[in-house]
Design a protein around this ligand. Structure first.
Ligand code: NAD
Length: 254
């Protein structure tokens, strides 16, 4: 099915100025999509939307919502559906990391990581899929992590790795259910990218150590991940579904 000329992509976790989501939102706007930036930080979501909209000349809407909060997501997506062209794309990027070693992990800490990374992906995707199923067209891309495959090894520990492994299972099982509606569902598994998710712990020394483990001798950039997300959300990627795309400089060879 060809994409309508006027179409919207919603990206969660796309407000952080140095984040992957922000780079992906900018990239999609550059490619002519109307863009919705959904983030728990409403102020930053609005600021990102204003900046991207002005730079790229497409409609961009910033909405505040915690992806783990079903009512907030429902209201935010309803606003996007009312104010922007049909939602054809969804990128699930909202995520939090957790450096807590397993024996110090608490139930509350564990639940919070799963609430954002796993429940959030479920809540937003289910809400957005309603319209996609009606229109028989959709692209869903969720950001997992190399940590899901390698068992961490960079910054985050068990809760994060487990929550991101769940995103891969989610992707495969959901792709099975919605393929008949013309909807593709894929995951990407980035290696270390220099953003703020590691809470400022990504020092030059730490970066050098992680870079040394890759085949290319460097960490990745947010623009490189944004380009992969844009490809999977694009019209030409229509026969790719249930796939997990590695983007890690060879840190992990699946
Ligand atoms: P980031 O911290 O820069 O961005 C994450 C964004 O998610 C922020 O804008 C934050 O406000 C938002 N967010 C957090 N909790 C939220 C919630 N409950 N509801 C809505 N929004 C929420 O991080 P990033 O590095 O750009 O990460 C983006 C995604 O990529 C995450 O899912 C992360 O796990 C994943 N990832 C990152 C790396 C890396 O090395 N940076 C590697 C692999 C995967």
């Amino acid at each position: 099915t060809p994409f309508p000329a006027e179409r919207t992509v919603l990206l969660t976790g796309a407000a952080s100025p140095r984040g992957i989501g922000r780079a992906a939102a900018d990239r999609m706007a550059r490619e002519g999509w109307a863009v919705a930036v959904l983030d728990v930080d409403a102020g930053q979501a609005e600021a990102a939307a204003a900046e991207i909209g002005q730079a790229r000349g497409v409609p961009v809407l910033g909405v505040g919502a915690d992806v783990s909060d079903e009512a907030a997501v429902d209201a935010a997506v309803a606003r996007v559906e009312a104010e922007l062209p049909p939602l054809v794309g969804l990128a699930n990027l909202a995520g939090i990391s957790s450096p807590t070693p397993f024996m110090q992990e608490t139930v509350a800490g564990w639940d919070r990581v799963f609430a954002v990374n796993t429940r959030g992906t479920f809540v937003v995707t289910q809400r957005v899929l309603r319209g996609m199923i009606d229109r028989k067209l959709g692209r869903v891309v969720s950001v997992s992590s190399v940590s899901a495959q390698r068992g961490g090894g960079t910054y985050s520990k068990v809760a994060y790795s487990a929550s991101k492994a769940a995103v891969i299972g989610f992707t495969r099982a959901l792709a099975r259910e919605v393929g008949e509606h013309g909807i593709t569902v894929n995951a990407v598994t980035p290696g270390p990218i220099d953003t703020d998710i590691m809470g400022g712990t990504l020092t030059e020394e730490r970066k050098a150590a992680m870079a040394a483990d890759t085949l290319l001798g460097r960490v990745g950039t947010r623009e490189e991940v944004a380009a992969l997300i844009a490809f999977l959300l694009g019209e030409e990627a229509g026969w790719i579904t249930a796939a997990t795309y590695d983007i890690n400089g060879g840190l992990q060879i699946s």
